[in-house]
Design a protein around this ligand. Structure first.
Ligand SMILES: Cc1cc2nc3c(=O)[nH]c(=O)nc-3n(C[C@H](O)[C@H](O)[C@H](O)COP(=O)(O)OP(=O)(O)OC[C@H]3O[C@@H](n4cnc5c(N)ncnc54)[C@H](O)[C@@H]3O)c2cc1C
Length: 394
């Protein structure tokens, strides 16, 4: 048996952006919060491009988080090498150092009163009438006990499945490496199925002569990534590449994100953009719903699953439609062959669809659902890409 039990009001598993954002908010409100993190420290490189919108940066805390680079648009490459310049007059996205983002958020949460326990892999969870216990693999280690447990443990199908909340129905693998680049490259997106079938790959300059090269795909991620790096080297985009890191990405939400004394949020819950796999902002939006549900539970003293169900309704109201539309966009995109993508590029270039989209200030970096909806509603889409591709999408 474990030797000690440490008590808190709220336990959070995971010191990623979602866990620490939640810890910061709840500790500021006066709750005794403990964050359990399996990594032994924060600040090391994380397999994440760290690209977020200015809105998301504002929610995180603005100037406190140093921006490495900012992007007004991107250069998108077709499989055969045609390019589309997507550009706006204002910054659409910024690049943060993800390792530093995690560290800064944890520091702020810690200053607000949250306690951090590093090197603790939460493995067993038991609830009873008056609380929830979390144990590490070895029962010799301290057991942590609280009224409420928030699971922000990233892509973690094993943990959520073990707790009876299932696993994401759809997921992918992300791969990324730091590379050296030729100067003055914009943010580049490559659409070739040769590297990232059904997804895309990116080359994200960090403003210091280095960049992050990465991609998402469903299988053989290492093989696709090796091909991608070879292509970037052969075509003079990069001069060298470091060893890649790999990480799972949820592409669809869990069907259940609450249970007795527990809420699941962030990547663990699948609060992720299905088109790109980007999950920082959606995770923070999910976290806001979890924070308000936690306050309600403490106010009423009711931590039962039926009372916590409001959390799922809340985050689905905020994100559900965007996720559903993003899934439709992903389905369409995944069906396209390289040949069809090239055809679409030609059609878009002919008819200026990209310029029309760029000119529409309603379409923001984070609103993927609205982007999909707008595109599907645009007559220009049917006159160009839709007419070209719909017969082939059946
Ligand atoms: C290659 C790649 C590029 C990406 N690029 C972007 C991007 O540019 N923009 C964007 O918005 N999103 C991006 N994402 C997605 C983004 O990284 C995630 O959505 C985001 O990290 C989710 O945050 P989180 O806090 O929910 O989970 P995570 O960041 O995964 O954090 C979970 C934390 O829980 C800890 N943990 C896990 N299990 C346990 C356990 N049992 N016990 C204790 N601790 C545990 C982990 O160590 C980790 O610290 C990218 C993902 C990948 C793979």
């Amino acid at each position: 048996m474990q030797n000690t039990t440490a008590m808190s009001d709220i336990l959070i598993i995971g010191a990623g952006p979602v866990g620490s954002f939640t810890a910061r908010a709840l500790a500021t409100k006066g709750y005794r919060v403990t964050v359990l993190e399996k990594r032994s420290r924060l600040g090391d490189p994380v397999c994440c491009a760290g690209i977020i919108s200015p809105d998301c940066l504002g929610v995180l805390g603005g100037k406190e988080f140093p921006v490495l680079n900012s992007f007004e648009g991107a250069r998108v490459f077709s499989p055969a090498g045609q390019t589309l310049e997507l550009k706006r007059s204002r910054v659409q996205a910024v690049a943060l150092d993800r390792g530093m983002m995690d560290m800064k958020l944890a520091e702020q949460a810690n200053l607000a009163g949250a306690r951090y326990v590093f090197g603790y892999k939460a493995s067993h969870i038991e609830t009873d009438d008056s609380g929830v216990n979390v144990y590490a693999d070895s029962r010799q280690e301290t057991c942590y006990r609280a009224q409420l447990l928030l699971i922000a443990a990233g892509f973690n199908p094993v943990l959520t499945n073990k707790l009876g909340m299932g696993k994401p129905a759809d997921f992918a693998t992300g791969v990324q490496a730091r590379v050296e680049i030729k100067p003055s490259l914009p943010l580049c997106i490559f659409t070739s199925n040769n590297f990232a079938p059904g997804f895309f790959s990116w080359l994200e300059p960090l403003g210091d002569g280095s960049a992050l090269a990465g991609l998402l795909c469903r299988k053989n991620a290492a093989v696709g990534f090796a091909r991608y790096i070879k292509y970037l080297l052969n075509h003079g985009f990069i001069t060298s590449a470091e060893k890649p890191q790999f990480r799972g990405v949820s592409l669809s939400p869990l069907s259940k994100t609450y249970s007795n004394r527990m809420l699941v949020l962030g990547d663990s819950a699948g609060q992720v953009k299905p088109i790109t796999g980007g999950g920082v902002f959606y995770g923070l939006k999910g976290a806001r719903c979890a924070i308000s549900q936690a306050e309600k539970a403490f106010a009423t003293g009711d931590f039962t699953a039926s009372s916590l169900a409001g959390y799922q309704n809340g985050w689905k109201t905020v994100l559900g439609k965007d996720i559903q539309l993003g899934q439709i966009g992903r389905k369409i995109y995944e069906k396209l062959s390289d040949h069809q993508i090239d055809k679409a590029f030609r059609a878009v270039a002919r008819n200026g669809l990209a310029d029309r989209l760029a000119a529409n200030n309603d379409l923001q970096f984070d609103d993927h659902g609205r982007v999909v909806l707008k595109i599907l509603k645009m007559p220009a889409f049917y006159q160009t890409v839709g007419m070209t591709l719909l017969p082939e999408l059946k």
